[in-house]
Design a binder for this molecule. Structure first.
Ligand code: HEC
Length: 160
């Protein structure tokens, strides 16, 4: 009996640990608001996950590769901040912040292409998303040839 109980306990501990490994909880990088910021990007298709306004913030390491090519070094990060769209006198304007996402180069995250994917609420608290199902499948499909980074430097800057 004792053996069975400790066996079960072992399993519980193991599955908890693997759960943690699959979705490590990292905090949002401090000061990302002062990184380079993309132009305002608006998606007005209500069916899109990106419906609303968003801005992309690559850190210095990511920016080098984003601009010049090469492979993203360990630790490179991209943060995207999302806001709702609201109608103001017939014009679509930026509403409240509603979500933040992070991609951080991490070679341990083999299941998600060597990037750690994480989602946060407007308050910056982790939202506990499944990085494979909720993030990677789409990035894998859209940008297999760009190390799963979907946006491009060309659409980062102000449109001329
Ligand atoms: C339905 C497809 C889809 C899903 C699901 C998705 N993304 Fe993205 N992601 C995109 C697209 C499209 C862009 C580029 C947006 C742009 O060009 O403005 C993007 C951009 C990003 C970027 C900026 C770097 C890049 O690849 O351009 C990060 C960081 C990011 N997503 C993280 C996440 C996280 C974390 C999740 C899961 C919570 C997630 N994404 C889920 C489609 C998706």
């Amino acid at each position: 009996m004792k053996k069975i109980v400790s066996g079960i306990l072992g399993l519980v501990v193991l599955s908890l640990a693997s759960g943690l490994l699959a979705a490590p909880v990292v905090s949002l990088p401090k000061g990302y608001e002062s990184w380079e910021k993309s132009r305002q990007k608006i998606v007005d298709d209500k069916k899109s996950l990106f419906y609303g306004v968003h801005y992309i913030y690559p850190d210095k390491k990511a920016m080098k590769v984003y601009k010049g090519g090469g492979s993203y070094p360990e630790g490179s990060r991209f943060v995207v901040v999302f806001y709702s769209l609201k109608n103001e006198g017939g014009k679509q304007v930026e509403g409240k912040k509603n979500m933040v996402v992070l991609m951080q180069r991490d070679k341990k995250q083999q299941e998600t292409g060597g990037w750690l994917f994480a989602g946060y609420g407007a308050d910056g608290k982790p939202s506990g998303i499944d990085p494979v199902k909720n993030c990677f499948e789409c990035h894998q499909k859209d940008a297999p040839e760009r190390q799963f980074v979907i946006s491009k430097i060309e659409d980062f800057a102000e449109k001329k």
